[in-house]
Ligand binder design. Sequence first.
Ligand code: ADP
Ligand code: UDP
Length: 237
Amino acid sequence: MDKKELLYEGKAKKVWTTENPEVLIVDYKDDATAFNGLKKGSIAGKGVINNQMSNILMQGLEKKGVPTHFVEELSERETAVKKVKILPLEVIIRNIAAGSFSKRYGVEEGVVFDSPTIEFSYKNDDLGDPLLNDYHAYALKLCTPEELDLVKKYAFQVNDFLKEVWKKCGVTLVDFKIEFGKLSDGTIVLADEISPDTCRLWDSETGKKLDKDRFRRDLGGTEEAYTEVMKRLTESI
Ligand code: ADP
Ligand code: UDP
């Protein structure tokens, strides 16, 4: 399978068309951004890790009955995926308070919830990805109530699966962001990526941050943290 035209270059990935109109190639870069693109940098080896980790996790999710865009890993940084129309929603699940939740509600990072929370942001860089609720999403025609019900069901299934996988690696899943899209026949599938860029992962023993917060907060050792979680994941499967 060959890349044809560059369809889109995002902050972390390039997306290419292929000879098959239903299939795209995603190419993972080492570029990293934070705070809506204000902070820019690079995390050496990140593209390889995010590509491979995302593929391992998406294949596991398929087995659990969550449909995904995954087709085939083509190289260290490239994967063939089903082309979708992305629902312009960032779906965030949280098990433990951190990041913007802690800031917004004045809750200390690390407070464990009795049950997970779900929230949605409008995927719109110009507006700074504002938080929205179900009714806002319908008013903006981002999705239908039926689609959002399915998205919520899948998102909680993703959480159950990821929590279990990471627990076996001695890692606590704090929160994560996922995206969904629609195939040409309207089927909703999990798209984009699942990686230390999009999940908060804390060492279960020490609480050490093993995710993109090391880059966001200038904690150092970002490459090592990504390598460490990837090593633990591959050793656990
Ligand atoms: P951003 O757009 O936030 O800078 P990326 O650099 O990760 O993010 O770019 C990848 C883009 O590709 C994202 O906008 C994402 O929504 C989109 N995308 C992910 N999976 C698919 C897919 N299967 N089909 C079409 N677009 C996708
Ligand atoms: N997240 C993401 N992309 C975004 C915003 C958030 O992948 O554009 C992830 C982030 O890595 C974390 C979770 O979603 O795992 C919750 O992020 P939060 O809302 O706390 O925002 P942040 O503190 O990153 O601004």
